[in-house]
Design a protein around this ligand. Structure first.
Ligand SMILES: C[S@@+](CC[C@H](N)C(=O)[O-])C[C@H]1O[C@@H](n2cnc3c(N)ncnc32)[C@H](O)[C@@H]1O
Length: 191
């Protein structure tokens, strides 16, 4: 169960999105390495660590103080009209109780890691070219049984990049309750 404090963090995720991420991460093995791109103010960061608290979580965001003028969007969250910004200090204060969580303030296409990941969650720059480039780049960082997931399936540029990559790589796109998606290999029929 997601601890209730997470629902109070200003977020662009619906409650169903956070539940979906919790469900996906909760099944990961002990000591998993996880990468989150686009951490904003920490609602997903906290959800991931609460679902798999002995994981190593690598967090990448430019934290450029980009302003959003409504938050808690999503069909099952009320929309609050108030400016919030993607501020690093706010992310830090919302996440400083978490252990083994590492912050990288940089563009996702510039980040490099010397580890492979069990789970990668993409929610950074949502343009078609960037999502496409992230999928190509970060799929190389997956462990053999690791998987890649993200937010905003249903937002046209993201959907286009996600489905194209799936088609080109023999993957099926699975979606959760709201706009969280992930890839699975196609099932091979048993003869
Ligand atoms: C839609 S918000 C993510 C919402 C977040 N998952 C939440 O819990 O509310 C997108 C985030 O991606 C970050 N971002 C945008 N472009 C980026 C890039 N090229 N590399 C890394 N982060 C980026 C922004 O700073 C912002 O915090």
């Amino acid at each position: 169960m997601i601890p209730k404090y997470i629902y109070d963090i200003p977020s662009l995720m619906s409650l169903s999105d956070l539940d979906s991420i919790y469900e996906l991460v909760n099944h990961l093995p002990e000591n998993s390495n996880i990468l989150e791109i686009g951490c904003f103010l920490g609602s997903v960061t906290c959800t991931i660590k609460e679902a798999c608290n002995n994981s190593n979580l690598y967090c990448v965001d430019i934290w450029s103080d980009e302003t959003h003028n409504s938050y808690m969007q999503g069909y099952d969250r009320k929309v609050i009209k108030k400016d919030i910004t993607s501020n690093l200090e706010t992310w830090r204060s919302n996440t400083n109780h978490l252990t083994n969580t590492y912050m990288y303030q940089m563009n996702s296409m510039a980040a490099e890691f010397d580890t492979k990941f069990d789970f990668i969650f993409l929610d950074g720059d949502h343009t078609y070219n960037n999502v496409r480039a992230e999928l190509i780049k970060y799929s190389k960082y997956l462990k053999p049984n690791g998987y890649i997931a993200g937010h905003d399936y249903g937002v046209a540029p993201c959907t286009k990049a996600i489905t194209e990559y799936a088609t080109n790589n023999g993957l099926a796109v699975w979606t959760m309750k709201d706009s969280v998606w992930y890839y699975k290999p196609y099932k091979v029929p048993v003869a």
